[in-house]
Design a binder for this molecule. Structure first.
Ligand code: 13P
Length: 296
């Protein structure tokens, strides 16, 4: 069998122990440890199919960057997995663009956990290699929200690139974005720690995604087209079946902001969504961010 992802990582040899199994039930039936890594749009459906199919005592980790917004409020993906399947679920986030990890270039990642430090250490041991260093942090919501929200900021950074605004503006947008990420996370979960934003999942993932990620690339094309071609159309043309996370996360964040009446506190996060749906032109990203309130 060819140990290669011909479509998305051509030329990279995966380990001989990596077996692609399209049958979900057979893929999980003997597993002790489950790694969830799908676009966040699909995870709820996958979890529902897994109910009653897992071995007792199985542990999970989610590499998925996103959230579900429900009537009762936002639900992080790790919580969705825990609640649907009744299993412990850590998260792993970080400055981890896949094709660079695939060629074994040095990078770092952060595992977020709730209470069960031993489980977090087991996952860290499993993922760590000489070129992939993993830290553990007891702040699951903080780690997961960093990975999730930075995709919205990366859209903003891509818009700035498409408008040829230069590096100072892009850095300003990233800083304002990081500040909004932290304030939003702490409003939702007061337990979120400031230090988490200095881990790989925070500032480092924000930087790499705003420089080299897909959200940035597609948003740049969106701005260069003056917002005339939709994100869906550009995603299909540029990503060949991969799914952007930033556009749907911007919508989900906007729902939360609207529900709580917080839009004015988060001009960058709100404006990204309004640009994505064509309500505002791409140039608004700078105009609105200039009026950002002074969040602590
Ligand atoms: P993109 O989805 O924008 O490529 O971001 C990748 C990422 O999350 C890096 O950590």
């Amino acid at each position: 069998m060819l140990q290669e992802n011909c479509k998305y990582l051509p030329g990279i040899k995966l380990g001989t122990n990596v077996i692609a199994d399209p049958d979900l039930e057979s893929a999980v039936k003997d597993a002790d440890m489950l790694v969830f890594v799908t676009p966040h749009q699909f995870v709820e459906g996958i979890c529902k199919k897994l109910v009653g199919k897992l071995r007792p005592g199985v542990e999970a980790i989610s590499l998925i960057k996103g959230m579900e917004v429900k009537m009762e409020g936002p639900c992080m993906i790790s919580k969705l997995i825990t609640d649907t399947l009744g299993i412990n679920c850590c998260v792993l986030m970080g400055a981890n663009i896949a094709n660079e990890i695939a060629v074994e270039k040095f990078s770092e990642a952060t595992i977020g956990y709730r209470e069960d430090k031993e489980a977090a250490n087991r996952w860290a041991k499993l993922f760590t290699t000489p070129y992939f260093l993993v830290a553990i942090v007891e702040d699951i919501e903080g780690v997961e929200l960093c990975g999730t929200l930075k995709n919205v900021v990366a859209i903003a950074a891509g818009l700035v690139d498409g408008l040829d605004m230069g590096n100072n503006t892009k850095a300003a947008i990233m800083r304002i974005g990081l500040r909004e990420m932290r304030a939003f996370s702490k409003l939702l979960f007061p337990s979120v720690r400031d230090n988490t934003f200095f881990e790989s999942c925070g500032v480092a993932d924000l930087i790499t995604t705003c420089l080299g990620g897909r959200n940035r690339r597609v948003a740049e094309a969106f701005a260069r087209n003056g917002g005339k071609r939709s994100f869906d159309e550009l995603e299909a043309e540029m990503l060949h079946g991969q799914k952007l996370q930033g556009v749907s996360t911007a919508r989900e964040v906007y729902e939360v902001l609207t529900y709580h009446g917080w839009q004015e506190l988060f001009p960058l996060l709100s404006t990204v969504h309004e640009i994505c749906i064509g309500q505002l032109p791409p140039t608004s990203i700078v105009e609105y961010s200039e009026h950002t309130p002074n969040l602590s």
